[in-house]
Design a protein around this ligand. Structure first.
Ligand code: MN
Length: 228
């Protein structure tokens, strides 16, 4: 294939225990998937219908690289999240079949320009500038299901400069991984290479230039990065 300009690079994540990498196609995110976080944002926790948004694939920051403080915000927030990577996709995937689509798991930050998000919410505008900016998705290396299985009730923690700022059990997710995949597949045809950010627990807050972040999904993955 000849392209009229150089083809864009494929974003990818490292894979624990492998020299091969996981290519990223799309990044789906679920909002308000922990009741206490929904409350801290002044929102109702959803009961039947999850709320989704997306980030561009090239928003991923991998391999512990520094994260540049984004433009156009005075309020960059961290959201600690489990990340699910799909090896298979499809439409209208049944919950019972959903976990068979998973390649592996990692931990990431759904970085958010909270001031722009508040302005967008107030005006009924979309969240793209608040959520889908460049470098807005730092993610750890992935742990394959073949190595770690499907983690249930794992502890998620985020330390900033050594201080614990967010913690939860993934058992507290309102929509568990299989339900998220099933619901997403009603709206989009999922495909290999898709990532899913599974929602943040309570305790979101600001990041400053120079901060060191350490996110962990116990027994599965660790992400360390610095904001510059
Ligand atoms: Mn989030």
């Amino acid at each position: 294939m000849n392209f009229v300009i150089p083809a864009p690079a494929v974003s990818s994540l490292g894979v624990a225990g492998s020299d091969s990498r996981f290519p990223v196609r799309r990044i789906y995110c679920i909002g308000r998937n922990y009741a206490e976080h929904a409350r801290e944002m002044g929102a109702e926790a959803p009961r039947t219908q999850p709320m989704f948004f997306m980030k561009p694939a090239d928003a991923v920051v991998t391999d512990g690289a520094d994260v540049p403080y984004p433009s156009a915000t005075q309020e960059l927030h961290h959201e600690l999240e489990m990340v699910v990577a799909l090896a298979r996709g499809g439409r209208d995937i049944a919950e019972a079949d959903a976990l068979a689509c998973v390649f592996g798991y990692g931990v990431g930050l759904d970085l958010t320009r909270r001031d722009l998000q508040a302005a967008a919410k107030a005006k009924g505008h979309p969240w793209d500038a608040a959520k889908g900016f460049d470098h807005s998705a730092p993610v750890s290396a992935l742990a394959p299901v073949s190595a770690v299985g499907h983690p249930q009730a794992r502890r998620l923690t985020l330390e900033i400069n050594g201080e614990l700022r967010q913690q939860a059990s993934t058992a507290d997710m309102i929509f568990p991984v299989a339900a998220i995949i099933a619901e997403l597949s009603k709206l989009w045809e999922l495909a290999p290479g898709d990532l899913v950010f599974a929602g943040t627990p309570a305790g979101v807050g600001p990041l400053a230039r120079g901060d060191h972040v350490r996110a962990e999904l116990a027994g599965v993955a660790v992400l360390e990065a610095r904001i510059r």
